[in-house]
Design a protein around this ligand. Structure first.
Ligand code: DHB
Ligand code: FE
Length: 278
């Protein structure tokens, strides 16, 4: 059966794409963020996952307010990125793992998650940037399964539901008849708010508590409603729901392999964490 070999959670500010394009990784502004990735790249060289299951939120490229599924999964042979309005360069297309997509979909529906299935799916910066941070040469050595979580049209799925959703994804991966090594990515957050009176809002204390909870109390954040999360983390900080989904794919104790936290990148408290099964 397939095995989850790691969970990597990270922020996904669009400006990271511009910094990659302009080779600014060593620039004093960007270095504290990009320095979080060489240890993870070393881990990837050792562990060599075959498939990425990436949990992220679409920002209006593939879904908009007219059609906004709470949860959606790609089941396509490949995924392409497009300019979604930030002007960041697109990336080489990402090969999909259709068999795992259909397997996860079937298991989620049986587990009472009515997920939307997309045989065509554009992927935005929330999917592409973590991939480019892990594999800077942008020659993808993995196949992908994108899973999107609504973080834009309220009400959002509750944190509790996101946790259960992650557990169901984890069970589905663990029952996939293959010896594939799977890396689960959670993309989003941490605290940030892009507009309105609290534009620029960051809550370092909450972010650090949330990061601690990811290590050994992953259900901690399930106590919060969507509006609690807006209050604590800002309107866009709710993207941390993707971290919760990803972490819940291995719901027990895990080993923290690497962690990085830096405030701010653009408007965002930028964090990265890598976990392994114990
Ligand atoms: C920023 C952060 C995001 O998560 C996003 O999707 C867009 C912009 C920012 O901080 O600039
Ligand atoms: Fe975002």
């Amino acid at each position: 059966m397939a095995k989850i070999v790691g969970i990597m959670n990270t922020s996904h500010v669009p400006a990271i794409g511009g910094a990659i394009h302009k080779n600014l990784q060593q620039d004093p502004y960007w270095k504290p963020f990009f320095d979080g990735f060489p240890p993870i790249q070393g881990w990837l060289d050792r562990v060599k996952p075959d498939i990425v299951v990436s949990v992220y939120n679409d920002h209006g490229l593939n879904f908009f307010l007219d059609k906004q599924p709470t949860f959606a999964i790609g089941a396509a042979p490949e995924y392409t990125s497009e300019d979604e309005g930030w002007g960041i360069p697109t990336m080489p297309s990402f090969p999909g793992d259709e068999d795992l997509s259909w397997h996860i979909r079937a298991n989620l529906v049986r587990d009472e998650f009515d997920i939307v299935t997309c045989q065509e799916m554009l992927v935005d910066h929330a999917f592409t940037l973590p991939m480019a941070l892990l594999w800077p040469h942008q020659k993808w050595p993995v196949k992908s399964v994108p899973i999107s979580v609504n973080t834009v049209l309220f009400p959002l799925p509750t944190a509790r539901r996101c946790y259960k959703f992650g557990e169901a994804i984890g069970r589905a991966i663990a029952s996939f008849p293959s010896d594939a090594k799977v890396l689960v990515i959670g993309s989003g957050g941490l605290s940030h708010q892009l507009e309105g009176e609290r534009a620029g809002f960051i809550n370092k204390a909450f972010d650090l508590k949330f990061m601690d909870s990811m290590v050994d109390d992953p259900m901690w954040a399930t106590q919060f409603s969507d509006l609690d999360l807006v209050e604590q983390t800002g309107n866009e900080g709710v993207e941390l729901l993707s971290w919760l989904v990803a972490r819940a794919t291995l719901p027990g104790r895990v080993k923290l392999v690497h962690s990085n936290f830096h405030i701010p990148i653009s408007n965002t408290a930028a964090a990265t964490m890598l976990f392994e099964p114990l």
